[in-house]
Structure formats: structure tokens, C-alpha cells
Design a protein around this ligand. Structure first.
Ligand SMILES: NC(=O)c1ccc[n+]([C@@H]2O[C@H](COP(=O)([O-])OP(=O)(O)OC[C@H]3O[C@@H](n4cnc5c(N)ncnc54)[C@H](O)[C@@H]3O)[C@@H](O)[C@H]2O)c1
Length: 413
């Protein structure tokens, strides 16, 4: 267990990726310092309160009290590291194009404190070439002396927050080093934490594989969302169709329709791919089309819900159930439910929302389930929400989750 006790891992970014990684590394015997430039989050973590669902307060408190983990805003901690992993956000900018400014600033922040023989790994999702063309030049520009030897690899994180089965330890990890020695060191590092490490030939293969994984999901979700609209128009229940197709033992994988795609990854990463394609004179038309279908889903769901309300109702009231982007988490980043709410409000609807894992959303509070409404939309099925009181009150529910089919008053998307 303590094979790595003499070695320190510094993780830049203590969010959904960086903090669970810190705990996995602590379990594997590493000393870990989590550097984050958001002071309130560092203070919260050091007080023993976890900001992410995948790390419990108890787990965090144990690591803090044993002195094997702490969070800090100070990049000077990097001087103690034998390995540095970068886990900062890679969002989209106003034009819905890659914004890698946080990655650049993390690289520039790390560089002055690098000592000899440090392995630097980027876990952030980005387009192929980011390690080689952006991170390495930024670090080489700012590192203390050109003679300081550094090793580089890309090992994109695959964590699925809230997933109780797959975590940092048991999810196979792709590793692509910039050269043979970097590859060897990165492989050994992840072997100390993960059950399975997969060496790939270059960092670009690892970076591209991550984009392919998430684009695969975006495109298939787009396909099933389009198919849902076609089926509804023609009076066919799409879930019956998906179940029927799913009986084929090979060549088919079921995806379900919903309000759209949300979170930090599926709506974002494929646009790194489309941008990268354009930069290189190509195009990713299929991906762009799937993105556009998924973006239209909140408006489609709003229309379907409004069609369920008696046209004589002058001021309709709609209750949205579940606003996080997926079940079991309180994460509202990029949630498509936001567009759904806007689409309803644009139609003059009075919107209430209920989500036990999201006490505040923007500047609004979650309402109680007895909030008076003409129709409810089950957007995200959060655990512990008792829908029977709505059903007993005769409230009609548009179920976008396929989780309460066949109950009275429930219509499937
Ligand atoms: N959340 C997921 O499910 C998931 C899964 C796989 C991969 N990823 C990828 O991992 C990366 C990190 O995502 P996340 O969900 O952990 O983000 P996050 O927002 O939860 O956490 C990132 C943290 O980095 C900090 N930060 C930002 N810029 C910084 C800087 N320059 N220096 C130090 N700290 C900085 C922020 O304060 C924040 O606490 C992204 O590239 C994302 O696409 C995310």
C-alpha cells in the first residue's frame, strides 16, 4: 500500500475529476496535494466537506487527518512533486469553440516550480495535439531552466460522476506518452492507481480516443432523439421499438431519448472534434447534425408538454422534476433542462422545479411536490422523489426518462 509514500502527486484542479483522482491516489499510497485556484473550494475541501458526490466527507476527512492529502491554492506545491496531473476544465467559448485558456494557465502556473525528472500528465479532455502543441510549449517556455528534464503524457479521464460501478480504479486508463521514457513513467504511475492501463502509441491517439468515446454517445443520442420524434408523429411508442431492436444479440446498442444532453462532457467534447476537423480543412457533418438535433430537444419537450394542457387554461403551470443533467448528481452544468425551462417561460408558462439534489438553481429554489401544476415533466429521475402523490392528485406527467411507464397519467416521451 505505501510503495509510493515517499512520492508526491500534485493534481491541478480539484473538481469532479481531480478530487476523486486524489482519493484514488491516496488509497494507492501516494502523498497528494490538490492545487486549485478557487480559494473557497480549497477552504471547503480542507474543512473536510467534499464538493463532489463521488468523494464522501468521511473519505476526505480520513485523508486529511492522516496528513496524506491537502488542498492548496499555491502552485509552489509543485516543487515537491514527482508527478503532476492537470485536471482543469476545457469548456466551450461564446462561439461554441474550444476554450483551452484554463489549460494554458494551469501549464504556465506549474512550469516555474518544476524540479528535475517530473512527469506531467494532462487528464483534461481536448483535441488531438493539445499536449504536444499547447501544453509542452507552455511548460518549456516557463520552466526554471531548460536543463530541467520533464516527461509528458496524455491520459484522458473517463470518470462518470455518480456511477457506482465504474470509478477511477476499475476503469481502464489510456496512456499516451510523448516518448518512450514518458510512456514508461506514465504507465507505471497509472498502474499504481488503476486496475488496467492501456498503452497507446501517441498522446494524440489517447486524446482522439476520448473524443471518439463521447462523440459516439452524442451521435447515438441524437439518432434516438430524432427517431423519437418520427415515431411520435406516426403514433408509435419509441420505447417499444428500442426494446424490440434490443433483442438483436449483436450490432445494436440501445440509447434512450431525453430532454437533451448535459454535463461537462457529452455536449462539449464533440465540439472539440468538429472544431479540430474544421481546423484541418475537414468537416464532421454527422456530429454537427446530431448536436443540432439534441439542442432542439428541450423545445420539442416543451411543445409536447404544452400539448398535454387543456387549451382553455390561460396561465399554464408546469412543474419540472429533476433539473440536474443526470440522475444521482446535483450537477446542473450544461443541463438541457435549463433550455427546457427557458422554452416554457418563452411560451408564457409559470415554471416550478423540484430536485432534492439541487437546492438552488441560479437564483431560484426547488419547490415542493405539492406545487400546483397543469402538467409535470419528469426531466431527470432523481433518487428519493416520490411521484405517487402527483399521480394520486391526477397530475399528468410527461416522462422523459422512461422510468415510470404504465402508471396512470404518465405519457412517455
Ligand atoms: N466531470 C466529468 O464527468 C468528466 C469526465 C471525464 C473527463 N472530464 C474532463 O476533465 C476535465 C476537468 O473536468 P471537471 O469536471 O473535473 O471540472 P471541474 O470544474 O469540476 O473542476 C475543475 C477545477 O479546476 C479548477 N481550476 C480551473 N482552472 C484552474 C487553474 N488554471 N489552476 C488551478 N485550478 C484551476 C477549478 O476551480 C475547478 O475546481 C475537463 O477537461 C473535463 O472535460 C470531466
Amino acid at each position: 500500500m505505501n510503495a509510493k509514500a515517499s512520492q508526491t502527486l500534485v493534481i491541478i484542479g480539484q473538481g469532479y475529476v481531480g478530487l476523486p483522482l486524489a482519493m484514488a491516489a491516496v488509497d494507492a499510497g501516494w502523498m497528494v496535494i490538490g492545487v486549485d485556484n478557487f480559494e473557497p473550494k480549497v477552504a471547503q475541501i480542507n474543512s473536510g466537506s467534499s464538493p463532489v458526490e463521488d468523494v464522501s466527507d468521511k473519505q476526505l476527512q480520513e485523508a486529511l487527518s492522516k496528513g496524506v492529502y491537502r488542498a492548496s491554492t499555491d502552485f509552489a506545491s509543485v516543487s515537491q512533486a514527482s508527478v503532476v496531473t492537470i485536471c482543469v476544465p476545457t469548456p466551450l467559448d461564446q462561439k461554441r469553440e474550444p476554450d483551452i485558456s484554463l489549460l494554458r494557465s494551469a501549464a504556465a502556473g506549474v512550469a516555474p516550480y518544476l524540479s528535475n525528472e517530473v512527469l506531467i500528465v494532462s487528464e483534461s479532455t481536448s483535441y488531438p495535439g493539445t499536449l504536444r502543441d499547447v501544453i509542452i510549449p507552455a511548460i518549456n517556455l516557463h520552466k526554471p531552466k531548460s536543463s530541467v528534464k520533464t516527461y509528458f503524457a496524455s491520459a484522458p479521464e473517463r470518470v462518470d460522476p455518480g456511477n457506482l460501478r465504474w470509478n477511477q480504479k476499475n476503469t481502464p486508463r489510456l496512456v499516451g506518452g510523448i516518448d518512450a521514457e514518458s510512456q514508461k513513467r506514465a504507465f507505471e504511475f497509472y498502474e499504481s492507481i488503476c486496475d488496467a492501463v492501456v498503452a497507446v502509441s501517441t498522446p494524440e491517439v489517447a486524446e482522439a480516443a476520448k473524443l471518439l468515446e463521447n462523440t459516439f454517445r452524442l451521435v447515438n443520442i441524437g439518432l434516438v432523439n430524432e427517431f423519437t420524434q418520427l415515431c411520435f408523429t406516426n403514433g408509435i411508442n419509441v420505447h417499444d421499438v428500442i426494446e424490440a431492436a434490443g433483442t438483436k444479440p449483436y450490432g445494436f446498442m440501445p440509447f434512450r431519448p431525453g430532454v437533451g444532453v448535459g454535463g461537462h462532457c457529452i455536449p462539449v467534447d464533440p465540439l472539440y472534434l468538429t472544431w479540430w476537423a474544421r481546423q484541418n480543412g475537414g468537416s464532421a457533418a454527422l456530429v454537427e447534425s446530431a448536436d443540432s438535433i439534441n439542442q432542439g430537444m428541450p423545445r420539442y419537450v416543451a411543445e409536447r408538454a404544452l400539448a398535454m394542457i387543456n387549451s382553455k387554461v390561460k396561465s399554464p403551470r408546469v412543474l419540472i422534476l429533476g433539473v440536474a443533467y443526470k440522475p444521482g448528481v446535483g450537477d446542473v452544468r450544461e443541463t438541457p433542462v435549463s433550455e427546457l425551462r427557458d422554452a416554457l417561460i418563452a411560451q408564457g408558462v409559470n415554471v416550478g422545479w423540484h430536485d432534492p439534489l439541487v437546492p438552488m438553481w441560479g437564483d431560484t429554489d426547488s419547490v415542493d411536490l405539492d406545487w400546483d401544476c397543469d402538467v409535470a415533466i419528469l426531466a431527470t429521475k432523481q433518487p428519493g422523489v416520490d411521484l405517487t402523490q402527483l399521480i394520486d392528485r391526477g397530475v399528468q406527467i410527461l416522462d422523459c426518462t422512461n422510468s415510470i411507464r404504465n402508471l396512470a397519467g404518465v405519457t412517455s416521451l
